[in-house]
Design a protein around this ligand. Structure first.
Ligand code: GLC
Length: 536
């Protein structure tokens, strides 16, 4: 029987971007053995679990989000035996492990896609994907006007004249989920990893999967691909997708009923409104879906208050909890984002990022931390064009939304690159160059300095474990001056954040339990957050 305690409801999960975490082989690319070596560090930080970015065999056109084999490990990252060792080590340390599963699309190297290319139009092999005839007299126009998320049309033509659909890059053909073979194949994949002991899955593009059955033209194809929130309503968020999540939930429940370990499904759900978002986390669907509006909010008290209130209101009654996130492998890091227009990675952006962290950790629900966030790493904004690997850059030529800057390998120790990231032979270079200033952020320095980001996160996580007011539970707003947010959690924990630059009075007297920066008595300085236990 499942225990009554649902660990995921207020868990803190650390996102490991495997290729940039720690390299055990010296090829300059992080790997599963590196993750295993880093587990004690994560245990010390105090997270409940990790989410591993995709490590499956893949030609890496989108760093593993183009999966060629869903049930194996890419040799670059290790092998299944190493995966099992990682699972065993995580289990010993009490750290849960979530995998990243990519059901919307696969790699053009996947055997089923290769088979489709080798098969004639109309064949069962092609019916696993979206193949269609083109338009125009010779079929030389794509079947519809949809744009791909990473630039260019969403269709590519093959040798016999048909076209196939890919909502991301041409190397990522979309599965046709209207074909029951696909659902069955994914069930086999889920069971494969569940049998190896995983605690759940982060689901990539979880609002995707089904397309409008007629694949009609979009009214505004350019808008559809511009941002994550203006996704194509004909290619995303179709009602049938909810049946998939019901089936996956039932599979997770089956495993939980068998061994008492509750599994978690957390979806990357990009839909226009919080209300639509809530549909994905109904009691028999996903346990959780990332709530990206906090990540998207500008550094502004009213904006933060609005998204926090909306999230809690819309999730109420679904049985889920809010899944807060400030950083991930697709977004500019908070230190830089909040510092704009910025000079360096310290100063205002860093102070705000620290305050935001304390705010996030005080909110009801679960929190996700992206590797390096606990070090206060800034975005690397000056990577030269020739090292950029993000397909967005390759396909659009624009640096506007590129994601390499938040994926630079972590600094662990020392004064010069590779900063302990790669333990390999002399000359081994991290797959993306690390700037010199990463020396200041190395984990050994962070651990030794009690004023570091690392200590703030560690202390916050410890208090979440020891104080019953934190984690799940009620939140009540307190009156506060303009530019300040203040709320109580449960019985007596107060959190306040000053979004302004001038000092504000503290909402309660006394010394804070924890603060993101120095707090003289009675004063909450600008760009600072603090927690108090208020026993008045
Ligand atoms: C998700 C991932 C992103 C990936 C995309 C396509 O948004 O977070 O990294 O490129 O899906 O799989």
């Amino acid at each position: 029987m499942l225990s009554k305690y649902h660990w995921w409801r207020d868990a803190v999960i650390y996102q490991v971007y495997v290729r940039s975490f720690l390299d055990s082989t010296g090829d300059g690319i992080g790997d599963l053995a590196g993750v295993r070596a880093g587990l004690p560090y994560l245990k010390k930080l105090g997270v409940d679990g990790i989410w591993l970015s995709p490590f499956y065999p893949s030609p890496q056109h989108d760093h593993g989000y183009d999966v060629a084999d869903y049930r194996d490990v890419d040799p670059v990252f290790g092998d299944l035996d190493e995966f099992d060792q990682l699972m065993a080590a995580a289990r010993r340390l009490g750290i849960k492990v979530l995998l990243d599963i990519v059901p919307n699309h696969c790699s053009s190297e996947h055997p089923w896609f290769r088979e489709a290319l080798d098969s004639p139009p109309g064949s069962p092999a092609r019916a696993r994907f979206h193949f269609a005839a083109g338009r125009g007299p010779d079929g030389s126009e794509p079947p519809n006007n949809w744009h791909a998320m990473f630039g260019g049309p969403a269709w590519t033509r093959v040798a016999d004249g048909q076209w196939y659909l890919h909502m991301f890059t041409p190397e990522q053909p979309d599965w046709n989920w209207r074909n029951p073979e696909i659902a069955d194949e994914f069930e086999r994949t889920l069971r494969f990893w569940l049998d190896r002991g995983v605690d759940g899955f982060r689901i990539d593009v979880a609002a995707g999967l089904f397309k409008h059955p007629d694949l009609p033209d979009s009214d505004d194809p350019e808008a559809d691909a511009r941002t994550r929130d203006s996704v194509n309503p004909l290619a995303w968020n179709q009602p049938e997708v909810h049946d998939v999540w019901r089936r996956w939930r039932a599979i997770c429940e089956e495993y939980g009923d068998r061994d008492g370990r509750e599994r978690l499904l957390v979806g990357e759900v990009s839909v226009p409104t919080a209300r639509e978002h809530a549909l994905y986390v109904r009691p028999d669907e996903l346990h959780q879906a990332f709530f990206f509006d906090l990540l998207g909010a500008p550094w502004d008290a009213d904006a933060f208050r609005k998204v926090i209130a909306e999230a809690m209101q819309d999730i109420a009654g679904t049985g889920s909890t809010v899944t807060w996130v400030l950083n991930n492998h697709d977004q500019v890091r908070t230190v830089t984002r909040y510092g704009e227009p910025a000079t360096e990675g310290s100063g205002l952006g860093a102070a705000r990022a620290r305050a935001a962290a304390l705010l996030m950790l005080a909110l009801p629900g679960a929190a996700y931390i992206y590797q390096g966030e606990e070090l206060g790493l800034p975005e690397v904004v000056d990577l030269p064009d020739d090292v950029l690997t993000d397909p967005i850059f390759r396909r659009t030529g624009s640096r506007a939304r590129i994601r390499d800057g938040c994926r630079v390998p972590l600094p662990w120790s020392g004064q010069a690159s590779p900063f302990g990231f790669t333990s390999g032979a002399e000359g081994a270079k991290p797959w993306l160059p690390q700037p010199e200033y990463f020396a200041e952020y190395a984990t050994d320095r962070a651990l030794a300095d009690t004023r570091s980001f690392w200590h703030l996160y560690r202390d916050g996580l410890q208090l979440r474990k020891s104080l019953p007011q934190l984690g799940e539970g009620p939140l009540e707003w307190l009156d506060s001056p303009p530019g300040v947010l203040a709320f109580t959690r449960g019985d007596g924990l107060v959190c306040a954040v000053n979004f302004g630059t001038a000092n504000a009075p503290t909402p309660v007297p006394g010394t804070p339990l924890l603060s993101s920066g120095p707090c003289p008595p009675g004063v909450l300085p600008g760009a600072t957050a603090a927690w108090w236990l208020n026993d008045l």
